[in-house]
Design a protein around this ligand. Structure first.
Ligand SMILES: Nc1ncnc2c1ncn2[C@@H]1O[C@H](COP(=O)(O)OP(=O)(O)OP(=O)(O)O)[C@@H](O)[C@H]1O
Ligand SMILES: [Mg+2]
Length: 611
């Protein structure tokens, strides 16, 4: 539960919104509900049929057999013929319209989430979103299903009450009192049972969480020979589950068996003996009593179900509220109404007094008054201590966020004026850690160009120095990556993500060099691939490797979000103390280019003290 839960919207509003989502299936749902009313009516007619037949038999058995037997049977069969299709269509129409509503909401919610801005994904936990997409939507669907139950049960109770009143008001009053007593008792008892059953589910969740974790951390447990300790912990949790389950079972059966005794024994006997007294006094006939017995069975079920329905509907509405909350999130970065779509770009990028802070940390400036230009086709390296704002700067070019002040331009056009999809089509990005879907290598490459030919795929892999290792795999491009697939090494991942950008072939590149170290061969392969990729493209690269820095047309030094210096490597060594200190921390020789010099900045220092 999150804080926004406090302002839960009123049930009427939630139902109204759901009704809106129901859209095309509304008519089907309403017809279904109307058939539900007819279904309930058919069922309440059965005790009335018994009553009519029995009373007629009691009065004049011979006459009944001669006059009413066949017409009666015909009417009964007619009722069956009406009931079957009514019930079938009632259930299927309501259920189908709800499953379609659920499908649409799930698709809609997923699409909506995917189009929200980066800040949303920093605010919300993936697991929590997942819950809203799965179990909350399921609960909501249940509520809509229970909605059909609500109509049916209410009709059943209303019809039955009307019919009973028409037979004998006093017996109806006794009957209603019994029903009310059972309802009140259930109402009091049900919440208790719900709490207990919730405890069982929570305890079950704990067991499954801990067992899953321990199985997945098998290596760790073995390496510390902690099997016995972990066994004991698991036993503790399973025992908790047993205790809670037993507590629930006790209460559940005390309740349900007592309820059964009352509804199936005590109440019928009460009805029978009060009825018998009325019968003896000539105020009631046998058929009337049998009809009451029939109503008792029907209504008992309906009243019980109604109590459950009401609680389920409340759960469903709470879930629906959680789902709607996400639907009400608006993307922070939006296309302007008159957004421009450029057919092609040269690739001139300029930052003009750009300041920025993340929406979650309003008083923590991440970039302050940053201005610089990257002429088309040039290579600019960004260096600075960890947390200086380097990755953030790249994200602003992708428009994952918009600057708070100042502007960023592409070919002189403010990025906020460009359609996001248009802009992102011109930019290739290789992040600090490369991500892949759990599909084949080919699927992952095709993310960049769905209709790429085999030659194009091969050329992209060759350019990224990735062809050889992929061809060495038994299944080549069809090799499956991910949890149940092949795990790639750090260098392989980087080369594969470079291949993906090769395939996209964008005029602008944003590269965030990985800070984790590779061995020198892997390093060289990645470097070569990067160099090939950067040729002829406007490039902004967050640099951790000395070779990248040396090949840059310009180096920008960021510190606490400010651009503190710019120039070439040798220049900066003499003019920028921070730059010199960064180099010194990384043991980079001041005499740039000497052969024994390490080829990368292993890790940016957290707090460099300018020399
Ligand atoms: N999503 C976010 N929400 C709030 N603050 C963030 C977010 N991402 C980064 N920050 C903060 O913004 C600042 C700049 O982060 P950024 O990732 O741009 O640094 P960096 O220069 O790329 O560092 P590194 O070299 O370690 O990758 C840091 O103080 C960081 O804590
Ligand atoms: Mg970074």
């Amino acid at each position: 539960m999150d804080a926004s839960k406090e302002k839960a919207r009123p049930a009427r509003q939630v139902i109204g919104r759901l009704w809106g989502f129901m859209g095309r299936y509304r008519r089907m749902y309403v017809i279904g509900l109307a058939l539900g009313i007819l279904d309930a009516l058919c069922q309440t007619l059965i005790p009335m049929v018994f009553r009519t037949v029995l009373n007629a038999l009691q009065a004049d058995p011979g006459g009944f057999m001669r006059q009413w037997f066949w017409p009666g049977l015909g009417a009964g069969l007619l009722l069956v013929a009406v009931f079957l299709p009514t019930a079938f269509l009632f259930h299927t129409f309501c259920s189908i319209s709800v499953t379609r509503l659920v499908r649409d909401m799930r698709n809609g919610l997923y699409q909506h989430i995917q189009r929200l801005s980066a800040d949303f994904f920093h605010r919300r936990k993936v697991g929590e979103l997942n819950q809203r997409l799965s179990s909350d939507i399921d609960n909501m669907a249940n509520a809509a299903m229970w909605g059909m139950g609500l109509i049916w049960q209410s009709c059943m109770i209303t019809w039955a009450t009307i019919m009973m009143l028409s037979i004998e008001p006093r017996l109806t009053a006794l009957f209603a009192a019994l029903m009310l007593a059972v309802a009140v008792w259930s109402r009091y008892y049900m919440p208790r049972l719900r709490v207990l059953s919730r405890n069982v589910r929570d305890a079950g969740g704990e067991v499954s969480a801990i067992v899953t974790e321990y199985v997945s951390l098998n290596d760790l447990i073995k390496s510390y020979t902690s099997e016995d300790v972990m066994d004991a912990r698991v036993h503790h949790y399973t025992n908790q589950l047993r205790k809670k389950s037993e507590r629930f079972v006790w209460q559940q059966y005390i309740f349900s068996d007592l309820l059964q005794t009352v509804t199936r024994f005590l109440a019928p006997f009460a009805l029978l003996f009060v009825g018998a007294a009325l019968l003896a006094g000539g105020r009631l006939r046998v058929g009337d009593l049998v009809a009451f017995w029939g109503f008792w069975l029907l209504m008992g079920g309906a009243v019980n179900a109604l109590l459950q329905t009401i609680t389920s509907i409340f759960t469903g509405l709470a879930s629906a509220d959680r789902v709607l909350e996400i639907f009400d999130e608006n993307p922070l970065v939006r296309d302007a109404a008159d957004a421009v779509t450029l057919p092609a770009v040269r690739g001139d990028i300029a930052f003009e007094n750009v300041s920025f802070n993340y929406p979650a940390e309003k008083d923590q400036p991440v970039l302050r008054q940053v201005s610089f230009v990257v002429p088309a086709g040039r290579r600019v390296a960004i260096v600075g201590p960890s947390g200086a704002g380097k990755s953030t700067l790249l994200q602003l070019i992708m428009r994952f966020y918009d600057p708070l002040e100042g502007r960023i331009t592409l070919d002189g056009q403010d990025l906020r004026r460009l359609a996001q999809a248009n802009l992102r089509g011109f930019v290739g990005m290789v992040m600090q850690d490369s991500a892949f879907f759990s599909g084949s290598i080919e699927d992952n490459l095709r993310l960049a160009k769905e209709d790429a030919t085999a030659q194009e795929l091969e050329a992209a892999l060759a350019g990224a120095n990735a062809l050889e290792f992929i061809q060495a795999m038994p299944r080549g491009l069809k090799t499956v990556l991910g949890e149940r697939g092949v795990r790639l090494s750090g260098g392989q991942k980087q080369r594969l993500s470079i291949a993906r950008v090769f395939l996209k072939n964008p005029p602008i590149l944003l590269l965030d060099e990985a800070t984790s170290s590779l061995d020198s061969l892997a390093e060289r392969q990645v470097q070569q691939a990067m160099d090939r990729l950067m040729t002829g493209r406007t490039t902004l690269i967050v640099a951790h490797r000395i070779s990248t820095i040396q090949n840059a047309d310009e180096i920008i030094v960021l510190h606490h979000g400010r651009l503190v210096a710019r120039g070439r490597h040798v220049e900066l060594l003499s003019t920028c103390p921070l730059y010199r200190s960064l180099c010194a921390h990384q043991h980079l020789s001041v005499a740039a280019g000497s052969p024994e010099m390490p080829t990368r900045w292993a890790q940016s220092p957290d707090d460099p003290t300018p020399a």
